[in-house]
Design a protein around this ligand. Sequence first.
Ligand code: HEM
Length: 422
Amino acid sequence: MTELGRVVGDDGQGRATCGPLGGQGVQAMDAAAVDRFDRWIRQEFVERNTELEEAYFSARREIVHDPHLDTIKRMIRTDGAKLIAPIVEDGGMPPGAQERYRLLGAVGFYLASCRRHEVDGPDGAEELSAAWSLANLLGSSLGVVPRFVFAHQSFYNPAVHDAYRTFTSLDDESVFITYNALAALAYRRAAHALRSVPPMGVSNPMATYLLEDARAALDDVMEFQRTLGRTLDVDRFFFNVRPYFKPYRVGGTEYRGANAGDFSAINELDVLLGLCDPRDPFYQGILAEKRPYLPPEDQARLRGVVTAESLLEAFLREAAAGPVTPRLRENAEHFLALCRAHGTASSFHHHKLVKPFLEEPARDAPEERRKGITASGPPLEVVMAWLARLSDLRAARDLPGSARLALERLRNLIADGARTDG
Ligand code: HEM
């Protein structure tokens, strides 16, 4: 096999560098091979996955084994392997980090589908080896896990003729992806606004605008979640969409599945607001586990917030030192409303999305299927417990370790300040 680790710029041969995966960055690798793979992912791959999903759905089963369907599953594995082989044999790599990240996502679509249809066992190892090798190389060059994550599905998934890459052509898949991605974008907008508050100080008149902007973004998160809950069909999600987001292996290592939480924004909000404490061992575990699943720029953002003073601490410090000026009070009221909005969005995720779309249908799943139901891999009860703990912290419920008492203190200081003024 040719040398894989070579990251090259211009090969001087004028090889074409076009197409949604190649972009401007793929100078010296075989851009035509990459584009052939991308075209397949967008066409035949989607048709085969959709045909299989329709058969599974008719049987109301997560997977069906029969000779005709098994042939289609193996065709996905073989056709993808044939298209990935020339990319690997070429030996070049996209020089740009974004192009490498997008290529990792495309290879991930293929590997996630092989897992979903359960053709990535020992008998598939030889065919999958080139994809594993390419994924491992791309992952280690970027400092991320070598698998498909939600960022590949949403933000690094270039649209061609209005359509981004999906596994199937089912409406429910596009509903799920679109509203998850919109909610993730709205979280990102809220985090972007809040990041600018600490350096300007919490009583700054400009901070009012940022706190209002963050609040409007969290209202959007709620709206996208509500639309998703109303529009997505529970059975379609459970049988035909969710299985593509499961864990899969890359070579000898199994990586946990993809979920819409693999962005830094929600954790930036947790920590900047002061609702979650980066010194809390439970929360540290969440951050540490998540880090390699984040896109590279989000990893840097997450590092940036863990040592910063939270807005809750900053408001308490200024309000306790006094006087509680009109601007400080106004901003504190916006801040308290923002904390409530963050808690409400998180409770909605837990009670109106995770429970009805995952926990309830899982009860009817055959016993042997229940153990592989979560994206992260642990049993569903374990995942539900840590999601509930996160939701309790964000809603500042009356539980040990929550910010409830500190928020009450701030509310009292603001109210006392108002009385003094009056
Ligand atoms: C049908 C819709 C959805 C379902 C069934 C669902 C389910 C889940 C599950 C089960 C997890 C835990 C991952 C695991 O399996 O280990 C999770 C994590 C997460 N999901 Fe969702 N989700 C849905 C939609 C959304 C949406 C619209 C968002 C908004 C961006 C979102 C944001 C998150 C976040 C941030 C996490 C990480 C845990 C946290 O920080 O709260 N999810 N989701």
